[in-house]
Design a protein around this ligand. Structure first.
Ligand code: ADP
Ligand code: NI
Length: 217
């Protein structure tokens, strides 16, 4: 009972903090990750309380410090959890998950030692692929004033990798840098199977996009 109240309060706190956020980490992203995480956690028989709190709090540091201090998120989460008298073991676990999630360093697979952490990471990654992933990516590209696509910077040709890593790279290149790689980075069987359909949807989208670009179909 008190757990449900804490989760409700966490949702309210995050919703208020992130309302109007335009960077792709808005409240609706959190809500989708929360929904996905809850579903996966039930399938995988994980600790739902830890999963829900970590899903809700996973991006609270991001909105103010996009490229900055990765310790902000976990610290803000701890403060909130302490204020709401959450037990220390849960705080440690939740903050550990947020810490590992917000680490965006060179390593592709940052350590995610617990099932609950792997579930939240899967849920976050699911929201970066499929129809939602496509929409978020073009929204982000528009926000950055990027071209959607530029045939002279062909993302399929790997010798132009440096060109499309640059900040002026068109949005479609992000599919090859990240989105199409995510299905193989899912941890849980539940997320793997959810990712398959979303992945195929992106492949189909790209095929159609190029066909329309060429005036076919
Ligand atoms: P996450 O929080 O899922 O690790 P990011 O913070 O890197 O992802 O980005 C959030 C969203 O912004 C992504 O799902 C993606 O759609 C979009 N995004 C991030 N980087 C780029 C980019 N270079 N080009 C286009 N979209 C991007
Ligand atoms: Ni996120």
């Amino acid at each position: 009972m008190y757990k449900e109240e804490t989760i409700g309060a966490a949702a309210k706190y995050v919703q208020e903090m992130l309302s109007g956020e335009g960077s792709g980490h808005d409240w609706w992203h959190i809500q989708r990750v929360w929904t996905n995480a809850r579903y996966i956690a039930r399938q995988e028989q994980a600790d739902l309380y830890v999963v829900e709190l970590a899903a809700l709090l996973h991006d609270i540091g991001d909105h103010k410090f996009h490229n900055g201090d990765e310790t902000v998120g976990p610290r803000m989460a701890r403060e909130w959890l302490e204020q709401h008298s959450v037990e220390e073991a849960v705080i440690l676990h939740v903050c550990d998950i947020i810490k590992s999630l917000s680490f965006k360093g060179a390593g592709t697979s940052s350590a995610m030692p617990t099932l609950e952490g792997r579930i939240v990471q899967d849920a976050d990654r699911l929201d970066a692929i499929g129809a939602i992933g496509i929409a978020r990516t073009f929204a982000y590209g528009g926000h950055k004033n990027r071209e959607m696509y530029n045939p002279s910077i062909n993302p399929i040709l790997h010798d132009s990798f440096e060109a499309y890593k640059s900040s002026t790279a068109p949005t479609i290149n992000h599919f090859y840098e990240k989105l199409l790689l995510l299905k193989d980075r899912m941890h849980t069987d539940t997320a793997k199977s959810m990712a398959q359909q979303r992945h195929q949807y992106m492949e189909d989208f790209l095929e159609q996009f190029y066909a329309e670009w060429e005036g076919k179909r």
